[in-house]
Design a protein around this ligand. Structure first.
Ligand code: PMH
Length: 379
């Protein structure tokens, strides 16, 4: 690590968020959602911290995410996205459960050849109760899929689930209708599989359903699913990630001097400017021009256009090169939350850590230990 720009991921915060959710949901099975490299936090490290906090399984988006995880996680792994039936045996060989998304998918896997010695494939039936994304629609299709799974020797029915579109919104109309549609289907199926799961973070925080697993994503990372849910949290969330850099250069501008491409910022008096070694190629996108960062516990603005690898901030006074700058997270009494970053550019908190590119090393913290993803201890 030769450039002083890094994201810190507090694994104790992840663990605590899981522990609290587990208590809140009366000991429910928690499935830690670590797709998209753990929402940008690092899937392996997050998965291990979540399991320590009491999560009992892991969910990812695709087989490409699941297979590398399998080498370091013994817990059950479920792929939430679509897996091409031609890779069903690959999933089974790696002990990875997959989503049965419609009857033709089940037919295709059920009729595919299954080499001798390949273990059965664990499947979770996905029901589309109103999200309009993956899943079977209606009781008829679900019952037919169950029948096919049960007739097939190389398929094992492990779960059934649905996904809510609006559990994070104040208006509960669609959320309730989705629950009712799912419950109607549950009543009609011959018996329930070991895992039934409907809730994402928002639903789990607001109203955990009995005897169900929770697919815990955004709030495991300590973030609010929405401003509305954030105002009604049953327990405090602990944000896991913070983003930092250090001043690379400090200079004094004179009245009339401008900053960065397009010269969109011009000093109207003599002032100090700091150059930060972070830019849009790191995921600190150009739309963040004008947003604040923290230095010495104070908020200061990003001035001029954000470049590919650098951006500039206006300093209230001269600072030494190497002074720490926090782009989100805490410094002294001040804190910039990811929700604030997201609001500034008109998006949701989920998107910001996902945008942080691979060029930003993630430093993991647990107690007094700190290490990089490659397990190199720093202190
Ligand atoms: N289950 C499924 C099927 C999901 O797609 C997601 C998140 C979760 C659970 C976890 O939700 P949470 O992070 O709100 O707790 N999926 C997405 C998505 O596709 N876009 O943003 C979040």
């Amino acid at each position: 690590m030769y450039r002083p720009t890094w994201a810190e991921v507090d694994l104790d915060a992840i663990k605590r968020n899981v522990e609290q959710m587990k208590v809140h949901a009366n000991g429910a099975h928690i499935m830690a959602v670590v797709k998209a490299n753990g929402y940008g936090h690092g899937d392996r490290q997050v998965a291990l911290a979540a399991l320590q906090g009491g999560a009992t399984s892991i969910a990812v988006a695709c087989l490409d995410e699941a297979i590398p995880l399998r080498s370091c996680v013994k817990a059950p792994i479920l792929v939430l996205g679509a897996v091409d039936p031609k890779f069903a045996t690959v999933a089974a060989e790696n002990d990875i459960a997959v989503t049965a998304l419609d009857v033709s998918w089940v037919e295709s896997v059920a009729t595919s050849s299954w080499p001798k010695g390949t273990p059965p494939l664990r499947v979770h039936l996905k029901v589309d109760t109103g999200m309009g994304r993956l899943g079977m629609k209606g009781r008829g299709e679900v019952l037919r899929a169950i029948e096919l799974v049960q007739l097939c020797a190389h398929l094992e029915w492990e779960g059934i689930y649905t996904h809510f579109a609006t559990a994070d919104e104040e208006d509960t109309d669609l959320w309730i209708r989705q629950q009712q549609a799912f419950d109607e289907i549950l009543k009609k199926i011959p018996f329930a599989p070991p895992l039934v799961h409907t809730s994402n973070s928002a639903a789990g925080l607001r109203m955990p359903r009995r005897n169900e697993a929770i697919r815990f994503g955004i709030s495991m990372y300590g973030l609010n699913p929405s401003a509305y849910v954030g105002e009604h949290l049953p327990f405090p969330l602990h944000p896991a990630m913070s983003l930092h850099t250090e001043l690379a250069q400090v200079k004094q501008l004179q009245k009339g001097d401008s900053v960065s491409y397009g010269a969109t910022y011009t000093a109207d008096d003599s002032q100090w400017i700091g150059v930060l070694p972070i830019g849009y190629a790191d995921g600190w996108i150009r739309a963040l021009q004008g947003f604040d960062v923290l230095i010495a516990g104070m908020r200061v603005p990003i001035v001029g256009r954000i470049c590919m690898d650098q951006c500039m901030i206006k300093l209230p006074r001269e600072f030494p090169v190497g002074e720490r700058v926090t782009l989100f997270g805490k410094q002294g009494q001040e804190e910039i939350l990811l929700n604030e970053v997201a609001n500034y550019i008109g998006t949701i908190s989920y998107e910001i850590p996902c945008l942080l590119s691979q060029r930003v090393p993630r430093i993991y913290k647990r107690g007094s230990e700190r290490w990089l993803e490659n397990d190199l201890f720093i202190k």
